[in-house]
Design a protein around this ligand. Structure first.
Ligand SMILES: *Cc1c(COP(=O)(O)O)cnc(C)c1O
Length: 366
């Protein structure tokens, strides 16, 4: 069986060339006589892997020297706790709740301190991003928190809130490395790798160093302190070695696509292809507000649950996998991350047109 087009929201498609390279190196990594999976994380071979991965990431994103790059475990969800545990220092933090992920982060932060809602789009079933120009950031807040791309609802911030001197914390799990980013505008950026940059198991955090508490936080578990991982060079304990190794290959692949500018151009072309098809269709409709549409996650519906199910089943049989939407939105969702080739999006669009011809809107009662 050949490769399918995998529209999964995560873990998600990886570049085929990266998988091939990893396969070639599986049994004998560059003359070491062992796989990266079998290697001590203290070995010189692994040290070179993690150092090169960090250097390539710094280069790709233009990460300033006063930011630490950390390779962590526990997924994006552990950052929901680590952020308040490290950055909320007896004060309060402001959260913009624009979807399930920022809502979870807000709820987790409330366990540890005074988390407040700065903006909220639950009234529109999270189909839009709250207007950032209308957010009134309290200058005394410890940080402002956003989820930049809401994976389930398919919305993306196209402008950042003005937070003044208050550090901006952003969950970029589902838009990591999808387009250029000005790291200096943020206090902390993090993302789980399994959406857009690698396999599950590693979460990358980029933290401005003045935000990292210099003293030991006695009430916070050692593993949940950023300081621990800064001091240990992401190797306080055994890091997710193989996941970091694959991420390193993905960073090189993105460089070969023209870096983040090149990646953005490819992603815009893919998203336009799919959004144009949705806008022209009489059967399919996008669910996110147009101005806030994500380049990465594209939810859409027919408005008829039976027809949605039929589409999902037929798409699956045609090798277009995992287009079922999240249960909170229903319908379909195509995640078209960096590694999804434009041919995959074209195949989906062609299939949608064909499906529409076979199931015209006029043949069904409304
Ligand atoms: C998937 C996802 C998470 C959760 O990541 P885990 O690694 O599963 O904990 C958090 N935020 C966003 C935006 C996500 O898409």
């Amino acid at each position: 069986m050949g490769r399918v087009y995998n529209f999964s929201a995560g873990p998600a498609v990886l570049p085929e060339s990266v998988l091939r390279e990893a396969a070639e190196e599986m049994l004998d990594y560059r003359g070491c006589g062992m796989s990266v999976m079998e290697m001590s994380h203290r070995s010189s071979a692994f040290k070179a892997i993690i150092e090169e991965a960090e250097a390539d990431l710094r280069d790709l994103m233009g990460i300033p020297d006063n930011y630490e790059v950390l390779f962590l475990q526990g997924g994006g969800s552990t950052q929901f706790a680590m952020v308040p545990l490290n950055l909320m220092r007896g004060g309060f933090a402001e959260y913009v709740v624009s979807g399930s992920w920022s809502k979870k982060a807000y709820q987790e932060a409330k366990r540890f301190g005074d988390a407040r809602i700065l903006g909220d789009s639950s009234d529109g079933n999270f189909s839009y991003v709250p207007n950032v120009a209308e957010l009134r950031v309290n200058p005394n807040a410890d940080y402002v928190y956003i989820c930049e791309n809401e994976t389930i609802y398919g919305t993306k911030y196209h402008a950042l809130p003005e937070t003044g001197d208050v550090p901006l914390v952003s969950d970029v799990s589902s838009c990591f490395l999808s387009e250029p980013i000005d790291v200096a505008k943020y206090g902390l950026i993090y993302g789980g790798a399994q959406k857009n940059v690698g396999p599950a198991g590693v979460t990358i955090a980029i933290v401005r160093d003045d935000l990292i508490p210099t003293d030991d936080l006695h009430s916070v578990p050692t593993m949940l302190q950023y300081k621990t991982h800064v001091d240990g060079g992401s190797m306080y304990n055994t890091p997710p070695c193989y996941a970091i190794y694959v991420c390193g290959k993905v960073f090189k692949w993105i460089k070969a696509q023209g870096g983040l500018e090149g990646m953005r151009d490819i992603n815009v072309a893919k998203a336009q292809l799919l959004y144009n098809a949705l806008d022209e269709s009489n059967v399919f409709h996008g669910t996110a507000r147009k101005e806030d549409r994500s380049l990465m996650n594209v939810p859409f519906v027919t408005g008829n649950a039976e027809l949605d199910a039929k589409f999902i089943a037929e798409a699956d049989a045609a090798g277009l996998k995992n287009v079922k939407g999240h249960r909170s939105v229903g319908g379909m969702r195509a995640s078209i991350y960096n590694a999804m080739p434009i041919e995959g999006v074209q195949a989906l669009v062609d299939f949608m047109r064909d499906f529409e011809l076979r199931n015209p809107a006029s043949s069904r009662s409304i």
